[in-house]
Ligand binder design. Structure first.
Ligand SMILES: Nc1ncnc2c1ncn2[C@@H]1O[C@H](COP(=O)(O)OP(=O)(O)OP(=O)(O)O)[C@@H](O)[C@H]1O
Length: 312
């Protein structure tokens, strides 16, 4: 039984359709990264799973139960919002406690607050106000709040945004180890493809309000379904070049012949590549080789068999 299951869920804000018939499920133990460009609807998707917005249509199941109309506090879900969700006038310890105050006894609250703070290395900061913490410590405190809740579904909205590279590496490790120490699932939203590739057991790529593709990082990178998915995966310099099928060959805009999949004469395709598939930067070498494709504008050379093809 999936821990989270969305069936044809759509969301409108007034007349604007933000999410369009999203269906996917997340099984016990999975760390799913929801990846997509700014404004594609990632936060809305998390907020819907948390119950903070209601879908316009479709159903949401949590642990096999129809939770579509269940209030947020009755869902076994913890959300780390994009902007911390800490209370500016409360100490970090009390902010963490707010996540569980109706759920457990006072003594259990104290134990859980300390345990969560220890897990993110903030036990010495529990008496401070949010304004007395650094940006990275604030993100950790927000994660601690979700840990204290011990929910089966942990929803992290851009937990690594505005964090410098060293700290980011550390917090990424913390997030993964916390995931492994806990039962349930983690759904982590980001627009950073490299982050998704490092953390996810599966990545769901959101494009124009739909899930364009869901798969393991390796399989996505080997076989992205759309140019948008290939672009979202990141750690890549990715360009597209229109090519046309003429007789038995593909011909690029500059007359270059490129070997690729079968298609009808006159068909038009797009090809792309990932940065790691660049074989050298020398135009001469490329033009001498019929197995390499050359993008003269970028001085980029890629083996034909590594090029990604997108046929309409
Ligand atoms: N409460 C709201 N009312 C109306 N429109 C909204 C509301 N919240 C979000 N939107 C719009 O819905 C779209 C999706 O927003 P959302 O925050 O879900 O995107 P996102 O992918 O998380 O973006 P980002 O990566 O920039 O945080 C955007 O066009 C946004 O302007």
């Amino acid at each position: 039984m999936p821990v989270v299951q969305l069936n044809a869920v759509s969301l409108h804000y007034d007349r604007d359709k933000v999410l369009d018939e999203i269906s996917f499920s997340v099984s016990e133990g999975e760390y799913v990264v929801i990846l997509g460009a700014s404004g594609c609807g990632k936060t809305s998707l998390l907020r819907m799973i948390a119950g903070l917005v209601s879908p316009s249509s479709g159903t949401i199941f949590l642990a096999g139960r129809d939770a579509t109309r269940i209030a947020p506090r009755h869902r076994d879900v913890a959300l780390v919002p994009q902007h911390d969700g800490l209370y500016p006038h409360l100490s970090i310890g009390r902010s963490i406690g707010m996540a569980i105050r109706d759920r457990v006894t006072r003594s259990e609250q104290r134990l859980r607050i300390l345990d969560a703070a220890q897990k993110v290395g903030l036990e010495a900061y529990l008496d401070r106000l949010p304004e007395q913490l650094s940006g990275g410590q604030l993100r950790r405190a927000a994660v601690a709040k979700a840990i204290a809740r011990r929910a089966a579904v942990r929803l992290l909205d851009e937990p690594l945004s505005a964090i410098d590279a060293n700290l980011r590496f550390q917090i990424e490790k913390d997030l993964v180890s916390l995931h492994h120490q806990s039962s349930g699932v983690t759904l982590h939203v980001t627009h950073d493809g490299a982050e998704a590739m490092r953390l996810a057991t599966r990545v769901a790529v959101v494009e124009n309000g739909k899930i364009a593709q869901v798969d393991t990082p390796d399989r996505l990178r080997a076989n992205p379904a759309t140019p948008g998915v290939a672009a979202a995966l990141g750690r890549s310099e990715l360009i597209t070049v229109p090519v046309r099928r003429v007789d038995d060959a593909w011909i690029g805009g500059d007359g270059q012949r490129v070997s690729g999949p079968e298609a009808p004469v006159g068909a038009s395709a797009t090809l792309a590549y990932f940065e790691e598939h660049l074989v050298d930067q020398s135009g001469d070498a490329a033009s001498a080789s019929s197995t390499r494709w050359l993008d003269r504008q970028r001085n980029a050379t890629v083996d034909h068999d590594r090029l990604l093809w997108f046929l309409p």
